[in-house]
Design a protein around this ligand. Structure first.
Ligand code: TRH
Length: 356
């Protein structure tokens, strides 16, 4: 089938991250023909830059405006149109669909959620006055919803050091072999400075990998630049490609992640993590986090449960770090369970089945 994916990058990288991962899955795993229309091609290209060229070359990346030409004859009608995160299709593109002899299916690809209510809304029609069929599609964890983007599935465990991506080589030479390794990718509201200061009070060596922009974030928080005891080493890395970032997650003992894509990747890395969920004004994010924790902690004992909840709600590391080993074992078991649940191919495969 032919797929047109519409991607509008609002403020962060998540929209591009999800669209790219979906496109590569549809194309490389399922042999679909995919075009992405994006309003910020440089960002999309940056994320995609680490993807093997044999995969990348098959996906047609176009600026948003290129979709307007659809109103000309002959119309290049896709079979499926994806509105990522409910972005609105350009009117001139829609106009082309009106005159197309065979109408595509439009899919409103929603935000990932672990909340049970999505089961009732997933795959339901969204009737439009223009008459082109449109459906809601909810990514999620349960069997009866849209699934997760799991491609590419990272290898279990840590990869040997000689595979270090070029951009990360200098940083990797500074890592200490006995130190715990933590990567950080969170939103500005996190109590990061206090968290790191507390982390430094633990009697162990810890290397902290700050993703792009986070060291600046740290110094903005306090009047003084951060000065921490030497058991804690802070290392900044540049913005890397999506595949390279996945690799970083797999190399750490603990990760702090944020929007939907890094959240899923942290789980596939099989490592403990804090999900710094995107904060919403009406505090809807707290309900979403609780729904995820209900699933994630279903089979854990009360000690680990309390430790994970404390960590995910930004309690200081000294309160829960002693549970890291038990949490690591759980994270691996959760990864196995997740891959089993998504054994039907996850989101990309479920989309194909739904639209075929
Ligand atoms: O960028 P995000 O904060 O995106 C979020 C989410 O989509 C959220 O649901 C939405 O409401 C909000 O934006 C507006 O986080 P996310 O989803 O984890 O996406 C980050 C992407 O960037 C992911 O694909 C990983 C990638 N990435 C890199 O490719 N290189 C890097 O160096 C880093 C740190 C991330």
């Amino acid at each position: 089938m032919r797929w047109d994916i519409f991607c509008q990058i609002v403020d962060n990288y998540g929209d591009a991250g999800v669209c790219w991962r979906l496109a590569r899955s549809l194309s490389s795993l399922h042999g679909q023909e995919v075009r992405i229309f994006c309003d910020d091609l440089p960002t999309l290209n940056l994320l995609a830059s680490g993807t093997p060229s044999a995969i990348k070359e098959k996906i047609d990346l176009q600026p948003w405006e290129a979709s307007y030409h659809n109103a000309r004859h002959p119309v290049q009608t896709p079979d499926v149109v994806i509105e990522a995160f409910g972005c609105e299709l350009p009117e001139r593109y829609l106009a082309g669909l009106f005159i197309a002899p065979i109408k595509p299916l439009i899919i409103n690809l929603e935000y990932l959620s672990a909340e049970p209510w999505i089961i009732d809304f997933h795959a339901k029609p969204s009737p439009q006055s223009h008459g082109i069929p449109k459906y809601f599609f909810f990514p999620g964890f349960q069997e009866s919803v849209g699934g997760l983007l799991i491609d590419p599935i990272p290898a279990e465990g840590q990869i040997v050091a000689n595979h270090v991506p070029d951009l990360l080589r200098t940083t990797w030479t500074k890592l200490r072999s006995n130190a715990k390794r933590i990567s950080i990718f969170c939103y500005p509201g996190a109590p990061l400075r206090k968290w790191l200061e507390n982390l430094a009070t633990l009697e162990m060596e810890i290397d902290v990998i700050l993703t792009h922009g986070h060291s600046e974030l740290l110094n903005v928080y306090g009047e003084q630049p951060v000065e921490l005891p030497s058991n804690l080493q802070l290392l900044s890395i540049p913005f890397v490609s999506q595949d390279e970032y996945d690799w970083v997650l797999s190399q750490c003992d603990f990760n702090i992640v944020r929007g939907e894509d890094s959240f899923v990747r942290a789980q596939l890395a099989g490592k403990p993590f804090i999900w710094h969920i995107y904060p919403q004004e009406d505090r809807a994010h707290e309900v979403k986090l609780a729904a995820f924790l209900d699933l994630y902690l279903e089979n854990t004992n009360s000690e680990l449960r309390l430790a994970v909840i404390a960590a995910m709600t930004w309690a200081m590391p000294s309160e829960w770090f002693k549970s890291l080993d038990a949490w690591s074992t759980h994270a691996l078991a959760w990864r196995t369970q997740l891959l089993k649940n998504q054994g039907d191919g996850g989101l990309a495969a479920r989309l194909i089945r739904f639209t075929s």
